[in-house]
Design a protein around this ligand. Structure first.
Ligand SMILES: O=C(O)C1=C[C@@H](OP(=O)(O)O)[C@@H](O)[C@H](O)C1
Ligand SMILES: C=C(OP(=O)(O)O)C(=O)O
Length: 672
């Protein structure tokens, strides 16, 4: 997950490859609650691990479930309708699928034992999301429900009462289908002796989510009888019976971003999406039909999809999106690439979700340059030729972040491709914490569009620490090119090849099997990170690095580090030889005295005896060798900015480089 203030997406090009989706949020939270209400153990396979499921898991633990997570399995020992605590305060974040169903379940349970009181609260936005229709239904049943701040909104206190189920329970479903889902999931708790009837008053929105609810209830032994969408009967004697093990299919709403990507950018090869397909029980799988209407070519398997581009530009659509409220947001961004304006209708519920999604979508699409019209329950988006570099607000809404990332896709139409900034990218944690990593695994960008910041400088100047700090702030990859020379030296030493033997070292460099995982370097599968820090290896690295043929052998390897979303490369010749067109080059210096002192402190702290004078003499000798060598000598690139960190701490140095970088990006006036 990118836990940084913003993530800059370079202009994206073709997409191809395979993604595996995280589990469905809607299925995960329903199954968790059903497992909690059942007796005995339920094992969920591939449960979604995200903010929304974490709050549900924490709530169930508080109520008395024992939950054990091992690899892909989550074992839940249910509390079988007997909560371990009579009073609890539960925090449910911004998870509608936790807040609404738990409200109904705890309302019923609060009436079934004396002195039971449960308080449910969430993040500030959750306290703005309506729940009044569910509160009305529960009060109609005889439950004491107190809205603790504003009438009709969480936080809520469920404080007992006497259930009266003689008349049908009436609930409105035109603001959210989750109120009906909540009652359907909870009322089997009260259907021991007589049928419980639920009647929907007025129109019901987001209907396919009710199908998910009924399907999962059935798996837990509750066969709801239904009369269309108007009347649902939970038969007398209903009791939750765990099915034992249940597999959670991939999230169909999360699939929409990759279906869109295949539709837009799956030109030479498809995007393959694993975890959800034609056998899905989720209504959002019908997003596939919308994508096909816009031109996608889709091959569906029961549990996978392969999507590629069919028509280009995409075909404009005018669609009623009531059945797919979440995935429909993705269509609003696909509309940028259509052959005319696209209209998404019947989406009033967008206004009461994680944010006012109609307003947010309109505002952010306008920032990238699009013409947008919005109404109470529709949005119309016109296609766009020239994209503006935009700093996208995400409103703590995972779907705004994921949808708008698709606006970084820039078909090359002559206009200069621009980057797109996604503010607060970690908001995707609600349902898809690794969304951006997954995106980068299937999307390509022109290497020239992938930013590189180079940091060159003499030995022990703190390049590595600075590069790591800058990369962490920007979410970029790092290349510690020094470590490539060190590992070459180490491999040569292990093979008994002398550092002077240029041809021998080249052969070693070409044959090395390297893997990098953060700061860990694996040579032929063995972690050699510690050995690379040895002083002797450092000295040998400087010797092997002086051979032109060795440097040439490592050239392509270093270039291959230029990957999405960007790279911070440190070394001696990053700005001069390897990435001569890098948009920001830094030359880092520090006096020999300052560097010797740092190295001395490092060694002493590790219990390695060292002499300050010797270290300084050694550093000066190495500087002279690095500067004097004929191939790629250590010198600042002509366009490098110089940073002397003798007296400046690491945080200030990182900030300086980030400030220089910001000044080169086109977001300035638009940011914030
Ligand atoms: O029941 C569910 O799992 C959901 C129902 C939908 O909400 P509404 O019924 O409020 O539209 C959907 O937007 C939400 O993400 C999940
Ligand atoms: C509306 C959404 O979430 P919630 O389950 O919180 O309603 C969503 O995920 O788009």
């Amino acid at each position: 997950m990118y836990d940084i203030p913003h993530l800059d997406l370079p202009p994206l090009g073709a997409a191809a490859g395979t993604v595996r989706l995280p589990g469905s949020k809607s299925i995960s939270n329903r199954l968790l609650l059903l497992a909690g209400l059942s007796q005995g153990r339920t094992t969920l396979v591939d449960l979604l691990d995200s903010d929304d499921t974490r709050v549900m898991l924490a709530a169930l633990r508080t109520l008395g479930c024992t939950i054990e997570q091992i690899g892909r399995l989550t074992h839940i020992d249910g509390f079988a309708g007997q909560p371990a605590v009579a009073e609890a305060e539960l925090f449910l974040g911004n998870a509608g699928t936790a807040m609404r169903p738990l409200t109904a379940a705890l309302a019923v349970l609060s009436t079934q034992g004396s002195g039971r009181r449960y308080t449910l609260k969430g993040v500030p936005r959750m306290h703005e999301r309506p729940i009044g229709d569910l509160v009305d239904a529960l009060r109609g049943l005889g439950v004491t429900v107190d809205c603790l701040a504003n009438e009709g909104y969480p936080p809520l206190c469920l404080a007992g009462g006497t259930l009266d189920l003689n008349a049908p329970v009436k609930v409105r479903g035109d603001v959210s289908s989750q109120f009906l889902t909540a009652l359907l999931l909870a009322l089997p708790l009260a259907a021991e002796r007589a049928d419980v009837v639920i009647e929907v008053v007025g129109e019901l929105i987001s209907k396919p989510y009710i199908e998910i609810t009924l399907n999962l209830l059935e798996r837990f032994g509750i066969a709801v009888r239904r009369d269309g969408w108007a009347r649902f009967t939970i038969p007398a004697g209903s009791r939750y019976v765990t099915p034992g093990e249940v597999h959670v299919e991939g999230d169909a709403s999360s699939a929409s971003y990759f279906i869109a990507l295949g539709t837009l950018a799956g030109v030479d090869a498809p995007v393959r999406i694993e975890g959800v397909g034609s056998a899905s029980i989720q209504g959002d799988i019908r997003f596939v039909e919308a994508a096909e209407a816009m031109g996608a070519v889709v091959r569906a398997e029961p549990n996978a999809l392969e999507v590629r581009r069919g028509a280009w530009p995409l075909r404009a659509i005018d669609m009623d999106c009531n059945a797919i409220p979440d995935a429909a947001m993705t269509l609003a961004v696909m509309a940028l690439y259509a052959d005319g304006p696209c209209t998404l209708r019947n989406i009033a519920s967008w206004r009461v979700k994680e944010t006012d999604r109609i307003a947010a979508m309109a505002a952010e699409l306008r920032k990238v340059g699009a013409q947008v019209e919005e109404g109470a329950d529709f949005i119309r988006v016109w296609p766009l030729d020239v994209f503006q570099p935009a700093s996208i607000h995400t409103y703590d809404d995972h779907r705004m972040a994921m949808c708008l990332s698709l606006a970084a896709f820039h078909p090359l139409k002559g206009a200069t491709p621009v980057p797109t900034r996604i503010l607060d990218p970690k908001c995707v944690a609600k349902t898809f914490p690794d969304y951006f990593e997954t995106l980068f695994s299937v999307v390509a960008a022109e290497p020239a569009h992938i930013p590189v910041i180079t940091i060159d400088g003499p030995t022990a100047s703190g390049k590595g620490t600075l590069a790591a700090g800058v990369a962490a702030r920007l979410g970029y990859h790092t290349l510690d090119s020094g470590s490539l020379y060190r590992v070459t030296a180490l491999a040569a030493r292990s093979a008994g090849v002398a550092p002077e033997d240029e041809a021998g070292v080249v052969a070693i460099a070409r044959a090395m099997k390297l893997q990098f995982a953060g700061v860990v370097v694996l040579l032929d599968g063995v972690d050699v990170s510690e050995q690379l820090r040895e002083e002797q290896i450092g000295a040998m690295a400087s010797q092997v690095a002086a051979h032109p043929a060795v440097r040439a052998a490592l050239f392509d390897l270093q270039c291959a580090f230029r990957q999405l979303p960007g790279l911070v490369a440190d070394g001696r010749d990053m700005g001069t030889v390897i990435f001569p067109v890098a948009p920001l080059k830094v030359f880092l210096t520090a006096t020999a005295a300052a560097r010797a002192e740092r190295r001395h402190k490092q060694l002493i702290s590790k219990g390695i005896p060292a002499s300050l004078a010797d270290l300084r003499a050694d550093l000066e000798a190495r500087d002279a060798r690095d500067r004097g060598r004929s191939t790629a000598p250590l010198k600042p690139a002509e366009d490098a900015l110089s940073l002397d960190n003798s007296l400046v701490g690491i945080d200030a140095s990182v900030q300086q480089v980030v400030d220089w970088w910001e000044a080169r990006l086109p977001f300035g006036a638009l940011a914030g």
